[in-house]
Design a protein around this ligand. Structure first.
Ligand SMILES: [Zn+2]
Length: 256
């Protein structure tokens, strides 16, 4: 009886949280100075095709809806096995769903940046690639993984350290850098319920250092992930439905 009550309460909370995501307007103020709109050139740096849909879609939807120029730099074509071109095309299809302009999406297939656990990526190499991207596209803001990289994947973590290496070496202090906060395993799989916890934790930190972004179009995120046909297996469908990263992103400013 006790368990039944807990399951029933969680179901009600899940539905109520989903309704909040779907019907309540987002109150996020990321890149909003409160006075006038200034269009920013934002660079999202990811490790693999599908990172954008699995983890960053609330942020992508937020930026696109507000008219910012979003560039995506994907540092590998995923676990190739001769599928490099397929995975690259899947990324472009997902970006089309997310309304990211395809000419602003760049995917690399560098021999030293291959997908996989145990494949260590050189942070200086990542930093150099990021530097080229920043100067080529006039980037104002960088967004990437934090040091745990959501799933603990070493490629995600190396992307983070590559961004940090760039800021360590550069004199450019005008570029803002933000990281996607990794949550505990419990919070990662409570779906939309995590919007309350993300909001609570964000409020404990000054607003200029953290932002909680609730996804304005979670259905679009699901549809974007479905474009990754080679990865669209049952457990990823389940992941996208249950993962809190489909519903909310917490961004924290990287201390440069
Ligand atoms: Zn990944």
């Amino acid at each position: 009886m006790g368990w039944l009550l807990i399951i029933l309460s969680l179901t009600v909370l899940w539905i109520a949280s989903l309704c909040k995501v779907l019907f309540a307007p987002s109150k996020a103020s990321f890149l909003d100075n409160g006075h006038c709109f200034i269009k920013k050139n934002v660079l999202l740096v990811i490790a693999h095709p599908d990172d954008e849909s699995m983890f960053f879609s609330p942020t992508i939807n937020y930026l696109i809806a507000r008219g910012h120029n979003l560039h995506i730099l994907c540092l590998s074509v995923g676990n190739a096995d001769g599928m490099g071109n397929l995975r690259k095309n899947e990324l472009y299809q997902a970006c089309a769903v997310l309304k990211v302009l395809l000419e602003k999406v760049r995917t690399l297939d560098h021999p030293d940046l291959q997908d996989g656990f145990g494949k260590v990526w050189n942070h200086s190499l990542v930093a150099k690639i990021i530097e080229e991207e920043i100067s080529g596209a006039g980037i104002d803001v960088i967004i990437t993984f934090d040091q745990y990289g959501v799933s603990g994947h070493c490629n995600h973590r190396d992307v983070h350290y590559g961004v940090c290496k760039y800021f360590h070496d550069t004199s450019r202090r005008d570029i803002e850098a933000w990281e996607l906060v990794s949550t505990s395993l419990f919070r990662k799989y409570i779906g939309p319920i995590d919007i309350w916890l993300s909001n609570f934790y964000s409020k404990r930190i000054p607003e200029r250092l953290t932002h909680c972004i609730v996804n304005e179009h979670p259905k679009k995120s699901f549809h974007a992930m479905a474009q990754h046909s080679s990865q669209w297996v049952w457990f990823r469908k389940l992941f996208i439905s249950l993962s809190s990263y489909t519903y909310v992103n917490t961004l924290r400013k990287i201390d440069k």
